[in-house]
Design a binder for this molecule. Structure first.
Ligand SMILES: Nc1ncnc2c1ncn2[C@@H]1O[C@H](COP(=O)(O)OP(=O)(O)OP(=O)(O)O)[C@@H](O)[C@H]1O
Length: 262
């Protein structure tokens, strides 16, 4: 996917501007930033659900459009109502494009086999036949991950997919998403508040804060100097046992620098 001179504002508030970004096949991009900095909105732009205020956005060489079959998404977590009339395996099957995997070409058995394979990958086989509304947040989230991968997307958009997963399943789902980059050459855009669980997989970071951004490798972006500049106040970054510890992020800064002054 490719953004050129991309800018987005809502009324007087600027989320970001002048954003040039290419995410190549096989690349894993982490998007970080405080609440309200525009991370989810960026995913909506790539999905063709939100227009840019300026600049251009392309996915696989074409302007972003709704309903692209090239894109898989793991949306920000919401819970299914308890009476949702779907089992876990039905949810995963919904991610399978009938034209590619459906009965006419591969037969029902092939679809079922594909669903079983995906359920197994996210460790959801044991609860696949229970109604989704009765599952825990983390169990539901693993099903969403399986659904997003069902159609072998070229671009995988993940909005805090590890939220409410325990450590074991955080590792499992992160590894699964990363495997799409290695084995399927998919590009991944991964919105997260916490880089450590995916640090080993991240090629580059897009850090959004206060109407500004910085793009680079984790080593380049996750530094006291860069974050202090983005947030406009002193921040320290420590590396400890392969983890990044950020100290001093101020509360409620997201829009401070984003306000236009006139
Ligand atoms: N259609 C819209 N009209 C007006 N404001 C909007 C619209 N969509 C998003 N916003 C605002 O843009 C800002 C960025 O929202 P977004 O959801 O992208 O933030 P985020 O970085 O994903 O935050 P969080 O970490 O809390 O999920 C928010 O303040 C939101 O209210």
């Amino acid at each position: 996917m490719r953004l050129r001179g991309a800018g987005l504002r809502f009324g007087p508030r600027r989320l970001w501007e002048g954003l040039d970004l290419d995410v190549a096949p096989g690349e894993f991009l982490a998007v970080l930033g405080p609440n309200g900095s525009g991370k989810t909105t960026l995913l909506r732009v790539l999905l063709g659900l939100q227009g840019l205020s300026e600049g251009t956005v392309e996915v696989a060489g074409r302007p972003a459009t709704r309903g692209s079959r090239l894109i898989g998404t793991i949306p920000q977590q919401t819970s299914f109502p308890a009476d949702t009339p779907l089992r876990g395996r039905d949810l995963v099957a919904l991610g399978i494009d009938g034209h590619r995997w459906g009965p006419r070409i591969f037969g029902r058995k092939a679809v079922d086999a594909r669903v079983d394979q995906l359920l197994d990958k996210v460790g959801a086989s044991d609860y696949a036949d229970r109604p989704v509304g009765t599952l825990s947040g983390g169990e539901q989230q693993r099903l969403r991950a399986a659904q997003a991968l069902a159609d072998d997307p070229r671009l995988l958009l993940c909005d805090e997919p590890l939220l409410s997963l325990d450590m074991h399943h955080q590792q499992g789902v992160s590894a699964l998403i990363h495997r799409q980059t290695e084995e399927r050459d998919a590009a991944v855009v991964f919105v997260t508040h916490e880089i450590n669980p995916i640090l080993q997989y991240v090629d580059r970071v897009l850090y959004l804060a206060g109407g500004r951004f910085h793009i680079g490798t984790p080593r380049e972006v996750m530094t006291g100097e860069v974050l202090s500049e983005l947030y406009g106040s002193p921040i320290e970054v420590f590396n400890s046992n392969g983890r990044i510890v950020v100290v001093g992020i101020p509360d409620a800064v997201a829009h401070h620098h984003g306000e236009d002054k006139g």
